[in-house]
Design a protein around this ligand. Structure first.
Ligand code: NIG
Ligand code: FE
Length: 390
């Protein structure tokens, strides 16, 4: 197994508070990282780095763990440019637009869906994302949901069954029958391809009782829950996520004090998706309130053609710092270690001995520049499992 040292790193973000400056980011200045195979073998000050086979000079750049994007919807066809245009002229966002993408996705071939997914993954990788979760939810038939998950599973272990995105248009007159399908035949077809089950718990999608039935059925089949919760309005999603020990409650835009308390006193991560508020001109989720209460916060893109068509976690970090009350350190933590927590993973989102060697080099001396220089393509190299890919 060959070993490589990346040295002359101006700022290394380890996300291990036992390393470096003792902060949550575990910052080490004038640092080096040693990679053995696909793992991190050593981190510390450059001057103390052990001898290795290969040397890479970071030239004073910053090094961070690869971003962990714990929420995306990348198996789809078509786009929703016109809907976006209409929204930017004053029309409101509603869950109903999902139907447009469902029709386009059903009509697409496997090869088209695969090509679209691959293109967005390459785009995300160039922006530093080394792990991503993605969902079904634009098929809404047994065959189309299972197909979406099969295609996703060829690219990631973090696959989520979202047959309960909206009630299928084919069942508009009988939503209860659609819930039966999602918890019955569709679940049987989808469970083998997925790790997670998700539901859009919202007016116009699924109410609290329907969401509980869907998530409980998924749990009984070995899928672990995550929930689209409290995005467009106050509602039962967050409390349900906590009750069912979901790994994450996602969106969290409309929270009562009781919702914030429930998250703060649970293992359920609050995953904030500022791309959605940006692209729907909605009010921002209040990250500061969640952090001050003691909740764990993740930042993800929610990349999808309807409500948030960005694959860029640097963009989400900049929004979170500017508009959601996060410090640059908190936002960077949330897009790396926070995403890992939302996927209940400890092998990624940090750069300490034993962790996966997933990392990026920035054309900047520190991670703070991700928010300080918004819109600038700072990610200059991306390594995944110890191999340079960008
Ligand atoms: O996370 N909220 C539900 N699902 C997506 C939107 C999907 C769409 O509009 O196509 C979201 O924002
Ligand atoms: Fe989403």
């Amino acid at each position: 197994m060959s070993s490589t040292v990346i040295s002359n790193i101006a700022t290394l973000v380890t996300n291990d508070p036992s390393l470096g400056d003792g902060s949550p980011l575990g910052l080490i200045r004038d640092a080096a990282v040693v990679i053995d195979g696909d793992r991190v073998a050593w981190t510390g000050e450059s001057s103390k780095a052990p001898a290795t086979d290969n040397r890479v000079d970071a030239g004073g750049r910053a090094v961070l763990p690869g971003f962990v994007d714990s929420h995306s919807h990348l198996v789809f066809a078509g786009d929703r440019t016109e809907e976006f245009n209409a929204r930017m002229s004053g029309r409101a966002y509603s869950a109903g637009g999902i139907r447009t993408t469902v029709a386009a996705t059903r009509a697409a071939s496997d090869a088209e869906l695969e090509a679209n997914l691959t293109r967005h993954l390459a785009e995300a990788l160039r922006q530093g994302t080394t792990t991503f979760e993605t969902k079904s939810g634009y098929g809404l038939t047994v065959a189309d949901e299972a197909r979406a998950l099969r295609i996703a599973a060829a690219h990631t272990d973090e696959v989520t069954y979202l047959g309960a995105h909206i009630v299928s248009p084919d069942y508009a007159e009988d939503p209860a029958a659609y819930v039966d399908l999602v918890t019955g035949e569709m679940l049987d077809a989808c469970a083998p391809h997925a790790r997670w089950i998700d539901v859009f718990c919202e007016k116009g999608a699924f109410d609290g009782d329907q969401a509980r039935a869907i998530l409980t059925a998924g749990k009984a089949r070995g899928l672990h829950p995550r929930v689209h919760a409290n995005q467009l309005s106050y509602g039962p999603g967050v409390q349900l996520a906590v009750e069912l020990d979901a790994a994450s409650a996602d969106h969290c835009t409309h929270l009562t004090d009781a919702d914030v308390d429930a998250l703060a006193n649970s293992r359920t991560v609050a995953t904030l998706l500022p791309g959605a508020e940006f692209s729907t001109r909605a009010e921002w989720p209040d990250a500061r309130r969640l952090l001050d209460a003691g909740a764990t916060v993740a930042l993800s893109t929610d990349c999808n053609p309807g409500s948030s068509f960005t694959s860029s976690l640097p963009f989400c970090i900049a929004l979170a710092v500017r508009d959601m009350g996060m410090t640059p350190d908190e936002a960077v933590w949330s897009a790396t270690a926070g995403g890992a927590a939302a996927l209940r993973r400890t092998d990624i989102g940090r750069l300490a001995p034993g962790a996966r060697a997933d990392l990026m080099l920035l054309d900047a001396p520190s991670h703070v520049h991700l928010a300080y220089r918004p819109g600038v393509p700072l990610v200059s190299e991306v390594w995944r499992r110890g191999v340079r890919e960008v």
